[in-house]
Design a protein around this ligand. Structure first.
Ligand SMILES: [Fe+2]
Length: 264
């Protein structure tokens, strides 16, 4: 049964892809990984990007029943708090967000963890309209990474990338755990549609926001069906050693964990 419509929204400054998934039978809809804009120089948060989601939802007369985060993002500020106010819809996030908070609270001098409406765990389900969303825990990038499965579509956050994977070197991250999470996703059928959280197209190239499990199992250079756990850990860790710290790491963590205006 395919009664969902999936609309993506791209945020070029962070290469983030957000989604609105709507149930066409009832017009109930959910939002996944919305983004806030951040002017680092002036410490200003704004919501131009989230506005395009708001306009889309209003145009289609959707009723937003949930705002979901695939994980605590460390490269951009989340639009979830803003959209929570706009739509009066609860925010769902991994239960393991508490570990991320514990990892960073002293170093960043954080206030209390934001009282998210729902802390999700493996196997939990939520429904919107006649659609059903299932939670699959896919830690590795961070302990808090979730994959959301709706019918034959999955929203993978930063676990799987198009022909790549997320990084696994943040506190609490683990290449070994990521291998196990990706192996779990690779057990889904080849036709499973994979909706990505990030991609970084060049000016000339089109945005790829979608792939399939089958395609990645064959063609993903970091993680394919021939990749052993040991290969993956070596490859992922050596790649991560070369990656710079995300530019908005501290403001992102502070805002996304507490909803406080960043002071870092
Ligand atoms: Fe991330």
């Amino acid at each position: 049964m395919n009664n969902q419509k999936i609309q993506h929204f791209f945020h070029p400054p962070s290469g983030t892809i957000s989604y609105v998934v709507s149930d066409s039978t009832t017009r109930d809809a959910i939002i996944i990984d919305p983004v806030a804009d951040y002017d680092e120089e002036h410490g200003k948060i704004s919501f131009e990007s989230a506005q395009s989601i708001i306009e889309y939802v209003e145009q289609h007369h959707f009723h937003i029943t949930a705002i979901l985060e695939t994980h605590i993002h460390a490269d951009h500020l989340s639009g979830c708090f803003h959209l929570n106010k706009v739509f009066q819809a609860p925010i769902y996030i991994s239960d393991r967000v508490r570990e991320i908070y514990e990892n960073w609270k002293d170093e960043l001098g954080l206030s209390e963890l934001y009282p998210f409406d729902s802390f999700l765990m493996e196997g939990e389900c939520l429904t919107f309209g006649h659609s059903r969303l299932e939670v699959i825990e896919t830690p590795g990038h961070t302990p808090s990474d979730l994959t959301f499965k709706i019918g034959d579509a999955i929203f993978v956050g930063d676990s799987l990338f198009y022909r790549g994977t997320g990084r696994a070197d943040f506190p609490g991250g683990s290449a070994l755990t990521m291998y196990q999470s990706l192996s779990k996703l690779y057990q889904l059928t080849d036709a499973t549609a994979v909706y990505l959280c990030h991609n970084y197209p060049s000016q000339e190239s089109e945005l790829v926001y979608k792939t399939t499990i089958g395609e990645e199992k064959q063609n993903n250079p970091m993680m394919n069906i021939r990749t052993t756990q040991q290969d993956f850990v070596i490859l992922r860790e050596s790649r991560d050693h070369q990656l710079p710290k995300p530019k908005l790491l501290f403001p992102s963590l502070e805002y996304n964990l507490t909803a406080d205006k960043p002071h870092h």
